[in-house]
Design a protein around this ligand. Structure first.
Ligand SMILES: [Ca+2]
Ligand SMILES: [Ca+2]
Ligand SMILES: [Ca+2]
Length: 368
C-alpha cells in the first residue's frame, strides 16, 4: 500500500501546483476532449457544391452531433425535438491553410426570409494559432480608452475570426464575417455552397459545405498585411461553433435557442473560451507503406552548399542520394557542396521493410 499512498500524495501535490493554472483566463474549454479535424488526401479535396458524396470517406468518429452541443442560454434542452438536429464534419488538407466544413441540419422551421441577422445561423469561431484573447470590440480593454468604433477597426482580426453563416442565405451574402475585414469571406479565402429543398417556414434537411482560411492577423485594411494561420499536422487550433435557431420570422431579433460546442456563450467574442481541435494525420488507409520525399535548402550560395532533408513516409532502413553531379551519399539528411554552377537532377532512393521508393526532382536544386 505504501507506494500507492506515495503516488496519491504526488498527484495531490501536482494538483495543488497546477490548480491555479487550470483556472486561468487562457484555459480554453472542454480540454479533456480534443476534437479532431480530418485530413483529406490531396486527391480527395471536397468540391464545394452542396453535395455530400466527397465527405463519405470521413469516418463516423469525426462527426460532431447535436448531442455534443450544450444549450448555453438555458432556453431549451438539447434533446428538444424542435431544435435543429445537426451533424458537423471538419477537415483540412496538408499544404493548404483552409478548414473545410460539412454542416447538415434538420429543422422543423427554417427561418431565412429576413434580410438582417434574424436567420437560422451556423456560427463558427476560429483561432488558428491559439493566441486566445478578445475578438469582439466589446471584450477589449482598449474600448474604454479609444472607444467602441476605433476598437472595432483595430481589434477585430487580431486574435480570431467569427463567421455568422446563414442557413440558408437567400438574397444575402452567405455569411456575416464579424468585423471590418469583409474580404475574408470571399475567394481566395473562403467559399461556400448550400443545398436545401424547403421554403421559409417549412421543415427539411439542409446541407452546407464551405471552407474558411484562419488568420493570425486579418485586418480592416485588406489582405496585403494579413498573416494566414499555418495549418500543420498535429497542430492544435481553437474552434467552436454554435447553432442559432429562429422559428418565427415575426419574432424580431430574439432567437429560439443557441446551442454551442463551447459551454461559454461568450466564445463568440473571447477566443480563450473556444474548444481545442487537432489537425489529424492521414488515416492509415490513405498512407502509402513507403514513399520517398525530400526537401532542400541552399545554406550558402557562395560555397554552393546545399542541405538536403529526408521527408520520406514509412519505415526507412537505407537512403541513397544521387546529387546529379556524380556524387552520392547514404546519409538521411546530407550536406553537399557542388563544385560547379548549374541545375541538377537529384534523386533519393529509400528502402525499408515495405519495399523501395524513388523521388527525383528535375532542376529544383540550382546553384550559381
Ligand atoms: Ca461536395
Ligand atoms: Ca489567434
Ligand atoms: Ca429554425
Amino acid at each position: 500500500m505504501k507506494p500507492f499512498s506515495h503516488r496519491v500524495l504526488l498527484l495531490l501535490s501536482l494538483a495543488v501546483l497546477l490548480g491555479p493554472f487550470a483556472g486561468s483566463a487562457h484555459a480554453f474549454d472542454r480540454t479533456n476532449e480534443i476534437f479532431r479535424v480530418f485530413q483529406f488526401p490531396a486527391d480527395k479535396i471536397p468540391t464545394i457544391d452542396g453535395q455530400t458524396n466527397d465527405w463519405q470517406l470521413v469516418p463516423e468518429s469525426y462527426v460532431i452531433g447535436s448531442d455534443q452541443l450544450v444549450d448555453d442560454n438555458g432556453k431549451h434542452r438539447v434533446s428538444d425535438a424542435s431544435s435543429p438536429r445537426i451533424r458537423v464534419k471538419v477537415g483540412w488538407v496538408k499544404g493548404l491553410n483552409r478548414l473545410y466544413f460539412l454542416y447538415e441540419a434538420d429543422d422543423d422551421y427554417w427561418d431565412f426570409a429576413d434580410p438582417g441577422l434574424h436567420n437560422d445561423t451556423f456560427e463558427v469561431v476560429v483561432d488558428g494559432d491559439l493566441s486566445g484573447g478578445p475578438l469582439i470590440e466589446k471584450f477589449a480593454p482598449a474600448k474604454a480608452l479609444i472607444g467602441q468604433w476605433e476598437t472595432y477597426f483595430t481589434l477585430h482580426g487580431t486574435h480570431a475570426q467569427n463567421y455568422h453563416i446563414f442557413t440558408p442565405a437567400e438574397g444575402k451574402d452567405w455569411c456575416m464575417a464579424w468585423g471590418p475585414a469583409q474580404w475574408i469571406k470571399e475567394l481566395p479565402y473562403a467559399n461556400s455552397a448550400c443545398a436545401y429543398p424547403f421554403r421559409p417556414g417549412e421543415s427539411g434537411h439542409l446541407v452546407l459545405e464551405f471552407w474558411i482560411t484562419p488568420f493570425d492577423y486579418a485586418g480592416a485594411e485588406g489582405p496585403a498585411r494579413a498573416v494566414e494561420s499555418k495549418l500543420l499536422e498535429n497542430k492544435l487550433i481553437g474552434l467552436s461553433f454554435a447553432v442559432i435557431d429562429y422559428d418565427d420570422v415575426h419574432s424580431g431579433d430574439t432567437n429560439n435557442g443557441f446551442w454551442n460546442l463551447s459551454r461559454h456563450h461568450t466564445m463568440y467574442g473571447q477566443a480563450d473560451q473556444l474548444c481545442l481541435f487537432r489537425l489529424m494525420p492521414l488515416e492509415p488507409k490513405f498512407i502509402k507503406p513507403i514513399e520517398a520525399q525530400w526537401s532542400f535548402q541552399v545554406v550558402d550560395m557562395e560555397r554552393r552548399l546545399v542541405a538536403f532533408k529526408d521527408l520520406s513516409v514509412g519505415e526507412i532502413k537505407s537512403w541513397h542520394w544521387d546529387f546529379g553531379d556524380g556524387e552520392t551519399s547514404s546519409e538521411p539528411n546530407p550536406l553537399h557542396t557542388y563544385q560547379q554552377a548549374g541545375h541538377y537532377v537529384v534523386v533519393l532512393n529509400v528502402a525499408g521493410p515495405a519495399g523501395q521508393s524513388r523521388r527525383s526532382k528535375v532542376w529544383d536544386v540550382a546553384v550559381k
